[in-house]
Design a binder for this molecule. Sequence first.
Ligand code: BES
Ligand code: MN
Ligand code: ZN
Length: 507
Amino acid sequence: MCTAKAGLASGYVTTVRLNPSDNVVSFDTDALVVGVHTGPDGLRAAPGAEGLDEALGGKLAATLDALGVKGKPGEIAKVPTFGALTAPLLVVVGLGDAPEGDHDPEALRRAAGVAARALAGTARVALALPAASAEQAGAVALGGLLGAYSFTKYRTGEQQTAPVGEITVLSGAGGAEAAVERAATVATSVCLVRDLVNTPPSDLWPSRFAEIAEQTGGEAGLSVEILDEKALKEGGYGGIVAVGQGSANPPRLVRLAYSHPEAAKTIAFVGKGITFDSGGLSLKPTSSMDWMKSDMGGAGAVFGALVAIARLGLKVNAVGYLCLAENMPSGTAQRPSDVFTSFAGKTVEVLDTDAEGRLVLIDGIARAGQDNPDLIVDIATLTGAQIVALGWRTAGVMANDDELREEVVAVAGEQGENAWGMPLPEELRKGLDSPVADIANLNPDRFGGMLSAGIFLREFVPDGVKWAHIDMAGPAFNKGEAHGYTPKGGTGAITRTLVGLAERYAG
Ligand code: BES
Ligand code: MN
Ligand code: ZN
């Protein structure tokens, strides 16, 4: 029915389809996935698993008990069916406590993701998880597709594991078709972002990223405009030029635009796209540098979201800016104490060349003002302080408008992405005073570093425009083990939040 590509760089494709069958016993597949809940008197089968226990001679509960299955989220057990079912393999995933009302879509996404990850290399997987509504069916499909992702382009031979070939979501819910189709579109974008984040910086530099955006964005129906280093210099994009000048790979600003004839609102997204952040002359220590290929995750999310918005045909106008540069130390690199004039006209003293993200973003934010947007949202792997404050999985959201901040947090939550509202305390502004320029890019007091970065950005937001800033330094890249539908490495974080925002502004 619809196809989602997972692991684009590796050329793998996972197809997702919908089947209204509720006969899991005779369903023809290689692996049948069902859910179990923890319950006061032991395990409880989740909706979708009807008829299974009987077909297995009433021995399912005892078998799962012997395997130590408790029904907790993240748990998985593989049970051979010895011909009792058409599927040779039954896969049981934990769903936690049975909900009072509807199943939480995020719990379903995660369970489906756990199953898909455990079934890498399986040709056909059927997900018989709770899917009584279109929303639930979409969640199961999305979790399965995101969990099936694998990035193996740089592996040879045996180490290449193909993901799941085909996922079937068992649901007869009204509207499930559209929900599963949306899931495929969104998953394709998230996996595209993951691929870009995982791609080594030797294969992804600013102009290459711009070419990919032009190609894939163009195919999706976006209009794409690329400013090269000459155009950036002539156009007064002092921040992007300053950050990019230390690299042999010059910077780019990419503008992606989607419009709908019935749109009532225009939204603008601005992404930090540092294809590698060495810190520049304020060089990072090795242990902080080896994963800085992920420093373009914000631009990745903006790109992925714009592609999805176009493919979904949302009734909104959307503009995306990818602020692309490689932050390198060299004889041409900017120096601590250099001053540049930003696109907005304000001068900036660069006290620390490792605080480069904010320098490229301010040009993108100021330029986005020319599109007369109803709101601007910037997305960036901006500060280590975000990770200190909120950990690896929760993005920080700041804004010049309380309502917009809460809206972004709410939309992220709906999409299953963790985000938390953060303040922009006025007293931090004076820490950014520069003895020579209008503002400095560093507050020497490092406490509250995520907030100081937000306050710096706010100075460059066009007058009267609502603006929100998402710092996702932690969520963009998973340095730990895979969990739920999230793999190791690039996560594609915040892509879904941006699509969700676009859906909301599409009315
Ligand atoms: N890209 C980093 C932030 C980062 C850190 C992202 C860890 C992902 C994981 C950013 O450019 C940076 O270096 N920020 C500095 C700012 C400081 C110099 C004010 C930081 O957080 O240390
Ligand atoms: Mn940096
Ligand atoms: Zn950076």
